[in-house]
Design a protein around this ligand. Structure first.
Ligand SMILES: Cc1ncc(COP(=O)(O)O)c(C=O)c1O
Length: 476
């Protein structure tokens, strides 16, 4: 494709994306297609001859738009948001256009040094300890962009594992029952579990009535493992669990580690809620995070930066390198050997890496920290307002404190009514909520509706619409 054609098509496609954002509200938030419908619209084999771009563009409308669940729709309240913004998409475009690989400092110095700087900026903005910054004394700290929080969690577990020269079967890892499944998956990949139900080396710690890890239960689990000759190596505390945005008592968890297993690694998962630390009034949620060995915060959920952009900091760079560094001859170079550069391939699982800091750099510069704080605060206010309505409604019950922009509630009538409510609300096509289950305190589970606010286009009117659909569906 010559530069002229690229320019013309590029302008057309930027227009298409801008128009998509303008019209997304008019589309059904969830794709209405059935399994196989998209495949049926696609040819069985790739084109042998070049196709005209008019055909390709028309297939965007014919096949892709109807087959898409519109995460950028203002009525999208499902899962957690994965919002995007103009500056972030433009950053992605530039990154794709540069087409550089950043596995070594040498393969793209700007990619490495911008990433380091942007992660240091973010560490400052989130109020993280200077120990997590690349300029920390002794050069032991630093941040890196991982593809996902799941990869970051795995990397932290591998780094933790590298601290112990004992047989794998002796190692134990700990997370609460409400921890994201990526912790158990990391254990499966790290050789500590054969599947999700293999609890021989993975301890799932019970939670309290607000779904927070019980530190005394963690202490008991670690103690009994140590008495049995096992070696506790890794503990995950979450600030903002996936189900209900519960906040584990990170300080108390760190105290337990300090007294029961000082060599164990504390990883803090702030994948969704971590960005709230940008706002000083929410910093109390992060108390104790400074005592962690690593922290992950996704910019690609709530911070206007498109997937993938998972920010990961560690204060123990040496363990990361021990776990992940391997240097074949073809990667040797003078800069690496000088010891004065970061080679991010040693901080992640793959070798190749994209220029992911570009989009975050654009976002930070376009909105400024103040713009990002205003953005987050709007959602916090909307969630507070929605929670108050739930609390005042006799047919509904809130099931968890609202620390963030996630509100969890159920129909007082019970699980069947709650499930029916969710289905009826989503059937409108105007809003989309998802669910989870939480312990009901009597040995059973509550079915819970989750309203997660975080869309770029979501306003009070959209939350009002969700509320209207909920109330109308309850009455039916
Ligand atoms: C608390 C928490 N941790 C981890 C993850 C996994 O995120 P990712 O898709 O970046 O791996 C999620 C996803 O929602 C999450 O809520």
């Amino acid at each position: 494709m010559d530069a002229e054609t690229f320019r013309a098509l590029g302008h057309q496609l930027v227009d298409w994306v801008a128009e998509y954002w303008e019209r997304v509200e008019s589309l059904p938030v969830r794709s209405e297609l059935a399994p196989g419908d998209v495949s049926a619209m696609l040819p069985e084999s790739a084109p042998e001859e070049p196709e005209d771009w008019s055909a390709i563009l028309s297939d965007l409308e014919r096949v892709i738009v109807p087959g898409t669940t519109h995460w950028q729709h203002p009525g999208f309240f499902a899962y957690f948001p994965a919002n995007v913004s103009g500056p972030s998409v433009l950053g992605e475009l530039v990154s794709a256009g540069l087409g550089a690989q950043g596995m070594l400092w040498q393969t793209s110095p700007a990619m490495t040094e911008l990433e380091t700087r942007v992660l240091d900026w973010m560490a400052q903005l989130l109020g993280l300890s200077p120990a997590f910054r690349s300029d920390a004394p002794g050069g032991m700290g630093g941040g890196v962009i991982q593809g996902t929080a799941s990869e970051a969690t795995l990397v932290s577990m591998l780094a933790a594992r590298s601290r112990h020269d004992v047989p794998l079967a002796k190692l134990r890892v700990y997370a609460s029952e409400q921890t994201h499944s990526s912790a158990v998956k990391a254990a499966m990949i790290a050789g500590l579990a054969t599947g999700p139900d293999d609890d021989r080396q993975v301890r799932q710690i019970p939670v309290d009535e607000q779904f927070r890890m019980r530190p005394e239960a963690l202490a008991a689990a670690i103690r009994s493992d140590r008495e049995a000759g096992a070696v506790p190596i890794w503990v995950c505390a979450t600030v903002g669990t996936t189900g209900t945005c519960a906040v584990d008592p990170v300080s108390a968890v760190a105290d337990v580690i300090a007294s029961e297993a000082p060599d164990a690694w504390l990883h803090v998962d702030g994948a969704f809620a971590g960005v709230l630390a940008l706002c000083p009034e929410h910093r109390h949620l992060f108390e104790g995070v400074d005592r962690a060995d690593s922290v992950v915060v996704n910019a690609h959920k709530w911070l206007l930066t498109n997937f993938d952009c998972s920010l990961f900091w560690s204060r123990d760079r040496a363990s990361l390198l021990r776990a992940l560094s391997i240097t074949p001859e073809y990667l040797r170079n003078a800069a690496t050997e000088s010891g004065s550069v970061i080679d991010y391939r040693d901080w992640q699982i793959p070798l190749g890496r994209r220029f992911r800091s570009m989009k975050l750099w654009f976002v930070l510069r376009h909105y400024g920290a103040s713009g990002l704080r205003t953005f987050l605060r709007q959602h916090i206010a909307l969630a507070g307002d929605f929670a108050a309505r739930v609390d005042a409604h006799p047919g509904l019950e809130r099931v968890a404190p609202v620390h963030t922009s996630l509100v969890c509630f159920r129909a007082v009538e019970g699980n069947e009514a709650s499930r029916a409510l969710l289905e009826a609300v989503n059937a409108s096509g105007e809003v989309y909520l998802t669910h989870t289950t939480v312990p009901d305190g009597r040995g059973g589970q509550h079915f819970v509706l989750r309203l997660a606010i975080g869309g770029v286009r979501t306003t009070a009117a959209h939350v009002d619409l969700a509320w209207a659909r909920i109330v109308a569906s309850l009455r039916r």
